[in-house]
Write a protein that binds this ligand. Structure first.
Ligand SMILES: [Zn+2]
Length: 458
């Protein structure tokens, strides 16, 4: 591959913006230079800021099965337009990703994506053997709440069995279910990833159990509240639902105190017509996440350094992407060029997701991604270019999670170290102690199909 020099970039160096030139070679950031050096191709970034490409570990790109809403290619277009260079797609497609065979099929469908990708694996009653066999997935997703047909699991023993066998689990667990999930992972001395935390009470629970829980929040819970429901009418439906101002305030203070690990879009597209017709849960989000956050930086709500940490660096650590999430020598050249000065209004006609709408339509945002590089290749700069997306490689550390030292004092600020110490998920060899249940996955899928058609999942 030819070398490229991105000259006159501003990058964050220990929290401060400094001028550097990025020499890219063989899909990597080969060298960060203060001097201009020779390269096969030179691109002048003209003093714009370059940040690590965003890693969105929670998207639903709807393929296979629901490709009228989105597909892997269209979702990846929307992602790179939003400055996202890696996505991790959820398993509640049709059919659901609960067998290794289906995952292999999905991997074939992913060829031609513009961004990098990984696929979370699903859990259901009866697929424990598949969970043991599956390779290179960022997590096994456990649905404890009521959105996704037969992927929902309510039997605590069965959930415990999945947690035991999986290298790492992400959870959709709201309210009491979050408490139950934490109990399970604590008993098994594991860590968990709590998706889309939205309530002040959930924040408080995580604060008490921070050593066991990685916390994800979503832009719509940070920038919308239940006061927006009236305006959004039928478009309002999302899981978890929009919450009160006091809940939103708790999420922002959790960001401030270092309790939040990641901000992810939970991009869950449905067509506007579909949502207007009947209750369907989910918002598209990959195109608006970074602009919303950059606008918040411009408004002094958080720092750009914090945005990078929450949208890229931490996800790379949590999910074991060793060469992503930072602009450093030897890291992958997944890069997003941003303009902090550009103001644009979110408009449906400018969105490239098949869903074609946004809950943020009409909102003027200052701060937008303007160009995106994936593995050193320009994929977006107002127009779309190459399709260099590759599957991510998950490399998890083997060490066990250290025994918890649970803070009794809930009012204390979580130390910075604790929040960034995200590399301890255990990958354990567990002896089999329970009888296997007969596989039920196949049967479940037809039911999921019907349920999907009738309600629409997130
Ligand atoms: Zn989701």
């Amino acid at each position: 591959m030819k070398s490229t020099l991105l000259k006159n970039c501003q990058i964050l160096v220990e929290g401060k913006l400094e001028k550097r030139h990025l020499f890219l070679e063989d899909h990597k950031i080969a060298h960060i230079s203060e001097e201009i050096i020779a390269a096969d191709k030179v691109v002048d970034i003209k003093g714009k800021i370059v940040i690590p490409g965003l890693i969105d570990s929670h998207v639903h790109f709807r393929e296979p099965g629901l490709t009228q809403k989105e597909d892997l290619e269209s979702g990846s277009r929307a992602a790179v337009k939003g400055g996202i260079t890696t996505v991790m797609d959820m398993p509640n497609t049709i059919p659901a990703m609960i067998t290794v065979e289906r995952l292999e099929e999905k991997r074939k469908l992913a060829k031609g994506m513009l961004c990098n990708y990984g696929f979370h694996f699903g859990s259901s009653l009866g697929n424990i053997e598949e969970i043991k066999r599956v390779k290179n997935v960022p997590s096994v997703k456990i649905y404890m709440d009521n959105t996704t047909g037969d992927l929902r699991m309510t039997d605590m023993d069965a959930i415990g069995h999945v947690v035991e066998q999986a290298a790492f689990c992400t959870f959709h667990a709201e309210r009491d279910n979050l408490e139950k999930a934490i109990e399970i992972v604590t008993d098994l001395k594991k860590k968990m990833y709590a998706c889309h935390v939205s309530l002040a009470s959930e924040v408080a629970l995580i604060k008490k159990n921070k050593n066991r829980v990685f916390m994800e929040v979503c832009p719509h819970h940070l920038f919308l509240t239940e006061a927006d429901n009236e305006r959004l009418e039928m478009l309002q439906h999302v899981k978890p639902s929009l919450k009160k101002q006091s809940d939103q305030d708790a999420l922002w203070s959790a960001i401030g105190s270092g309790l939040v690990d990641t901000i992810c879009s939970d991009h869950a597209p449905h067509l506007r017509e579909e949502k207007m017709e009947k209750v369907m849960f989910g918002y598209p989000g990959v195109e608006t996440m970074l602009p919303l956050l950059l606008d918040a930086v411009n408004n002094g709500r958080l720092s750009l350094t914090k945005v990078v940490e929450l949208t890229s660096t931490n996800a790379a650590k949590i999910f074991g992407l060793k060469t992503k999430g930072k602009i450093e020598d030897g890291y992958d050249a997944d890069l997003t060029v941003i303009s902090m000065e550009l103001t644009r209004v979110v408009k449906a006609e400018n969105l490239v997701s098949k869903s074609g709408w946004s809950p943020f339509e009409g909102k003027a945002l200052k701060g937008w991604p303007i160009a995106t590089y994936v593995g050193g290749t320009l994929v977006y700069d107002g127009e779309f270019h190459e399709h260099p997306g590759k599957e991510i490689t998950i490399e998890r550390p083997k060490e066990r999670v250290k025994e918890a030292v649970v803070e009794e004092e809930v009012d204390e600020k979580v130390p910075e170290e604790e929040s960034s110490d995200v590399q301890e998920d255990a990958e354990e060899q567990v002896e089999e102690t329970e009888e296997e249940k007969a596989p039920e996955g196949e049967k479940n899928v037809g039911e999921l199909n019907e349920q999907e058609n009738s309600t629409g999942t997130q």
